[in-house]
Ligand binder design. Structure first.
Ligand code: SF4
Length: 311
């Protein structure tokens, strides 16, 4: 039987770490204050935080759609030998984006009731309309990313020489434990190239290249080493930048793994400061999660309508 937990489970992920680095108060909202906000009889204030958490800006909504369709394209090929066409992928992505827009415009009352089932775009919620230039830019990107996805080395590995590839199901590589903490490892695609005798980890990137991409990949490599006993030199890690069509491959070294582990443990240590109880994960009061000093970050924050009026 489903039992509501008083506090959320403590775990670590890169996105959790990034949120904490952006603003500890935002971290408090994202990972604690909206907990159970999906329950019918939750306090209105908790439901409010949970709803705001579900707001999505256009770049994030776009990224999720591309990832969802990339996963679908791989699944359809592996399950049925079917290769989705660029036109199909663009058509489905456009429909999904339109749905996000029409939900935001026409179904706000439904979203207020069920924020996980309906979409609400950040600009539509706060400004009542999309930023026209941004919307045009994402329409343009729609025409580019799927062409690059289908042309990418990783997608072609799958479709052109499936007999030399061994795939791991996405569900099998979700998390591991480090020092007793659950660590989420979200990989887009993982396979073993039998010809090259390598594990290949692929991350589809819909944005620009970023500094921390490499340490995120080191976490994936560490997972493979733990779970499958892979050696670091057997692991090839790829970022496929579908906006530019560039593929970046990395061969990590033991030192990269150690550096990533060190950073992760430091990050967990900082997160622990916001727990009153490390077993139950009961948090400190929301007011004790400090607000960022960089006020510009607040301009694009999901929680600005409640945070700016609170202490
Ligand atoms: S509005 Fe500003 S201070 Fe408040 S949670 Fe967002 S980023 Fe942090």
């Amino acid at each position: 039987m489903f039992e509501a937990k008083q506090f959320p489970e403590f775990s670590w992920s890169f996105s959790r770490h990034k949120t904490l680095m952006t603003c500890a108060r935002k971290y408090g909202y994202d990972y604690y204050a909206g907990h159970n906000g999906w329950l019918y009889d939750a306090d209105e204030s908790v439901k409010h935080v949970y709803r705001l958490k579900k707001l999505s800006n256009l770049p994030v909504a776009f990224g999720k759609i591309v990832h969802e369709l990339a996963e679908k394209a791989v699944r359809l090929f592996l399950g049925h030998g079917y290769v989705m066409s660029e036109t199909e992928l663009i058509g489905q992505a456009r429909e999904m984006l339109n749905r996000a827009y029409t939900d935001s415009r026409d179904r706000k009352p439904q979203w207020m009731q069920k924020p996980a089932r309906f979409k609400m775009l950040y600009d539509m919620y706060y400004e009542g309309e999309l930023n026209r230039m941004e919307a045009e830019e994402y329409k343009r990107r729609l025409q580019i990313v799927f062409k690059n996805l289908l042309k990418s080395g990783s997608f072609r590995d799958i479709t052109e020489r499936p007999q030399t590839m061994q795939f791991q199901q996405a569900e099998e590589f979700r998390f591991m434990a480090v020092d007793g903490v659950k660590i989420f490892v979200v990989m887009d695609l993982l396979y073993r190239d039998l010809k090259a005798d390598k594990w290949i980890i692929v991350d589809w990137k819909t944005g620009k290249e970023a500094e921390d991409d490499r340490s995120q990949l080191a976490l994936y490599a560490y997972y493979l080493m733990q779970k499958y006993g892979a050696r670091v030199e057997e692991i090839e890690i790829r970022n496929e930048y579908v906006l530019t069509g560039v593929q970046k491959s990395y061969q990590l070294e033991e030192a990269d793994i150690q550096l990533m582990l060190q950073k992760m443990k430091q990050s967990i240590h900082i997160m622990r400061r916001y727990q009153l109880d490390i077993i139950s994960n009961e948090p400190v009061e929301l007011e004790d999660f400090p607000k960022t000093e960089h006020e510009r970050r607040c301009e694009a924050c999901n929680y600005k309508e409640i945070c700016r009026v609170s202490s």
